[in-house]
Design a protein around this ligand. Structure first.
Ligand code: NZQ
Ligand code: ZN
Length: 398
């Protein structure tokens, strides 16, 4: 196991009916900007529940900014950051999924980058994203979240991904300043999700675990065993939830598993390989394919292409997650594990090939050009996944 420091300051408040605790969690005199997405928070009543909890005590001033898109748009977020300045906001409360939470982290991060006209400087904000958010070192506006879709882990990490349609780019950032102060995880809030979003969430969490696990062994027993457990839970609960969408036990387990999949815990002290995510972000940015669906397309082909360099972990995955008899020939064992992974995704109705989302060979050149433009030319645990490797992965996925 490699050396590491682990720090995670996010207070998790888990359980049904816990939105009421906002009255204790948000400072009593705060000027609060509630951020939300395209309308689900209003339709489902969650927004009203949040506002009522904030009004239950204290002297909070409450403002709203809605319309943050799935794959949150840079320009929309800059408009929200202008509002933070104009209204002198000192607390942002994100109500939604990964897109609203990531977007709110970015609003918080850039809200001090004011130009001579008192507006947020678009250039400085773009530069911040290009520098992975690392150039902001001042304090930022505090942030809390009410999670409505289990998937990304954004509620308990300090990262985000922002889309810029004009520039054809979807780029990640991370900065410890934007760890949420708290996140409320009410599994009952997920009951209104369309099935598509439920299965997307299961798949996204699954691939988050895989990208921190499927590299090479460093004898990190805690991280490996935690990861294998999370994968097995996602397989079990994924199969349960498509047949029993109202199963609250399953909703609870999926929600906490997705948070645990990307709160940093299983990734400490181990090599990581985020190739599927980096290729996936380009596919989303170019073709508007849901984040999770890009991952279920790329991951199986990536496992096949990188079979040799990931051999030991693939065998461990086959044995410990899929219970495949390790006495058989190694190649067969690995092929079986990859096929079972694909079958799991397909059972959830997720695509596993580019053709499943109507993309063909012509898309590959564009995706590769975008990867090059964004400097994604040395991906993987050995930094060995250059553009040729990415191309071969995509060709296997046709
Ligand atoms: O916009 P509204 O109307 O709210 O509808 C949303 C959206 O259309 C809807 N929804 C959310 N909660 C709902 C609901 N509908 C009914 N009932 C509810 N309770 O679901 C749709 C998808 O929401 P979104 O937030 O986009 O989904 P998700 O949580 O999967 O987030 C995806 C984004 O997170 C990024 C992705 O790249 C993508 O931009 N990621 C963030 C990560 C992180 N911060 O660590 C890591 C991930 O790998 C990922 O890249
Ligand atoms: Zn993801």
């Amino acid at each position: 196991m490699n050396n590491f420091q682990y720090y995670n300051p996010v207070r998790i408040v888990f359980g049904e009916g816990q939105i009421k605790t906002l009255s204790e969690l948000v400072p009593e005199k705060a000027r609060v900007l509630i951020t939300y997405g395209g309308g689900s928070a209003q339709r489902t009543g969650t927004l009203d529940e949040v506002k009522n909890a904030l009004k239950a005590n204290g002297e909070r001033e409450i403002f709203e900014f809605g319309g943050i898109e799935p794959n949150p748009e840079f320009n929309t977020l800059l408009n929200a950051a202008d509002k933070v300045q104009e209204l002198n906001i000192d607390f942002i409360l994100a109500v939604g999924g990964g897109s609203v939470i990531d977007g709110s982290k970015f609003i918080s991060l850039v809200s001090g980058l004011v130009d001579e006209n008192g507006r947020i400087s678009r250039d400085k904000a773009w530069e911040t994203l290009l520098q992975y958010g690392s150039n902001v070192t001042d304090s930022v506006v505090d942030l809390g979240t009410v999670l409505t879709i289990p998937a990304t882990g954004s509620e308990m990490n300090s990262g985000g991904v922002i889309n810029n349609t004009e520039r054809k780019a979807k780029l990640p950032f991370g900065n410890p300043l934007v760890y949420p102060k708290f996140s409320i995880l009410d599994p009952a809030k997920t009951l209104t999700l369309p099935e598509r979003q439920v299965v997307n969430g299961v798949a996204d969490a699954f691939v988050h675990v895989m990208e921190q696990y499927l590299t090479y062994p460093v004898n990190a027993k805690v991280q490996d065993a935690f990861s294998e457990s999370l994968l097995k839970i996602l397989i079990d609960e994924g199969n349960t939830i498509i047949n029993e969408p109202n199963n609250m036990d399953s909703r609870k387990n999926i929600m906490w598993t997705a948070t645990m999949a990307l709160n940093g815990l299983i990734g400490v002290g181990v090599p990581q390989d985020w190739t599927a995510h980096m290729i996936g972000h380009e596919i989303t940015s170019l073709y508007k394919i849901d984040h999770a669906r890009t991952l279920t397309i790329v991951l199986p082909s990536l496992m096949r292409e990188l079979k040799n360099s990931k051999k030991e972990k693939l065998l461990q995955y086959a044995h410990n997650v899929w219970n495949i008899d390790s006495q058989e020939n190694d190649d067969l064992v690995i092929d079986k594990a990859i096929s079972l992974t694909e079958a799991f995704f397909q059972k959830l109705g997720l695509p596993i090939k580019l053709s499943d989302v109507d993309l063909n060979e012509t898309a590959i050149d564009l995706i590769i050009t975008q990867l090059e433009m964004h400097g994604m030319v040395k991906l993987g645990e050995h930094k060995g996944n250059d553009l040729d490797v990415s191309r071969r992965i995509l060709q296997r996925a046709l």
